[in-house]
Design a protein around this ligand. Sequence first.
Ligand SMILES: Cc1cc2nc3c(=O)[nH]c(=O)nc-3n(C[C@H](O)[C@H](O)[C@H](O)COP(=O)(O)OP(=O)(O)OC[C@H]3O[C@@H](n4cnc5c(N)ncnc54)[C@H](O)[C@@H]3O)c2cc1C
Length: 494
Amino acid sequence: MADVVVVGGGVGGMAAALRLRAAGHDVVLYERNAVVGGKLAGRSVDGFAFDTGPSLLTLPEVFDDLLAVAGTSLAKLADPVRLDPICRYRWPDGSSFDHRADRYDAATEVDRLAPGQGPAFAAYLDHGRRVWEVSRRTFFAGPMESPVDLVRRMRSPADLWAIDPLRTLDARARAHFSDPRMVQWAGRYATYSGSSPYAAPGTLACIPWIEQSSGAWYLRGGLAGLAELLGGVLAGAGVEVRTGVEVGSIRADSTSVRGVRLAGGEMVAADVVVANVDATHLYADLLPDRRALRRVLRAPVSSSGFALLAAVEGRTEGLAHHNIAFSGDEAGEFAAIFDHGQAPDDPTLYVCASVVTDPTQAPEGCENWNVLVNVPPASAVDWDAEAEPYRDHLLEVLAGHGWDLAGRLRSVETVTPADIAQRYRSWQGAIYGTSSNGRRAAFLRPANRGPRRGLYLVGGSSHPGGGLPLVVMSGAIVAAMVQADQHRGVSTTS
Ligand SMILES: Cc1cc2nc3c(=O)[nH]c(=O)nc-3n(C[C@H](O)[C@H](O)[C@H](O)COP(=O)(O)OP(=O)(O)OC[C@H]3O[C@@H](n4cnc5c(N)ncnc54)[C@H](O)[C@@H]3O)c2cc1C
């Protein structure tokens, strides 16, 4: 019998497993895919390598904090590179700015783009720093089973105002910037949690500060390699990692979990089950619970993504590692995604070409273009029919931004929301689980404690949300919760 079964080998599941193992538990982790990592994954095509999930690592200290429990660190394990520029932004009118790694250089760049906006940029970063300082010791510091948890961790009412939950990110940006391009730049960070700047809270203004202060990182060889490295750390620490094994159901009586049944029929007894699967999969399939499922479905689902993995011949002048080519119609883009359930005609394009930093990622003289656009959840569009026309449309949009790849393409593959849903069992192909759209979103997100004693939720669809550092934080929150509950001899239901 295992003390702890972890269902799913995404980054959140691995983080929880490692911490619980370090705390002395016998831990078994089951992952249905052939490899661990979940959305942290990659693909190689004839010498071209693509990170099909995360391509940008932020808050590396969160990983170091996790890896320290196994006596290692990101720098010992991998070869992290701090990127400069963080990202090259461009607009349809031909203007652009480099978000430089140094904040003063970045402000100078902003002033070059839009004279007078450099000080506004600096003030926006300072504002983001205050938001982050407070939200780190309140929202991110522990479980969030109700707003009371948040209030309890606040030192004074000023903390509530500091995290700016009432106005939208767009309104926050407008209060700082007079140049519409900088408003669009600031609003873009809503998509880091699969959200719209017109609905997500101003709290997300902390993200540019996080990028600026602790850096935008790449791991040489590709971010996807981190999945295998983490799997090795887990195995070295004594976690039993079983890949290619699907969990068919979670066994429980009316009060407590008893273990899991594998899809092959084998029963595995356990006192604690940590579900790293999407919360909808948990409550619809693994431990059917209509009430819990209804609650999960009330939380706004994050946007999904449509990607082109393009093997490109030749080198492109002015291409950075991370590039954003903004839509000419920001409001129309977010309305298409979040209001009309349509793939936007004029999307903002994110182009990641890691070969700019790491020549191993493409054959000599070539480029690995990973083009990602935000699209609505999977069921909104018939991707079987639309993938090819939308691919061709995006190639035209790229050409409109001066990136005409015609004649340079060796191959191009697509990744649709339906693919993301199927590969990771992510509800609707959501990239980040639930979004931050709306003032109540943070409280609608499924809590880390499940409705039976011994059941816990970790990863992007539970608190504190999606994105690599956040799911690692969620692993720490869950591990601490299990320890505290076992110490008290209880695990109450929600
Ligand atoms: C295209 C894309 C781009 C992204 N870009 C970034 C980025 O640049 N930076 C960033 O920080 N984040 C990014 N993210 C988000 C980030 O990848 C996720 O938030 C994070 O990896 C999710 O981790 P998780 O712990 O929720 O697990 P998941 O990755 O969701 O993994 C869950 C695992 O559970 C397994 N599973 C499901 N059901 C079962 C079952 N019944 N039995 C056994 N196993 C099961 C699945 O196979 C999967 O491996 C991106 C995601 C995508 C898709």
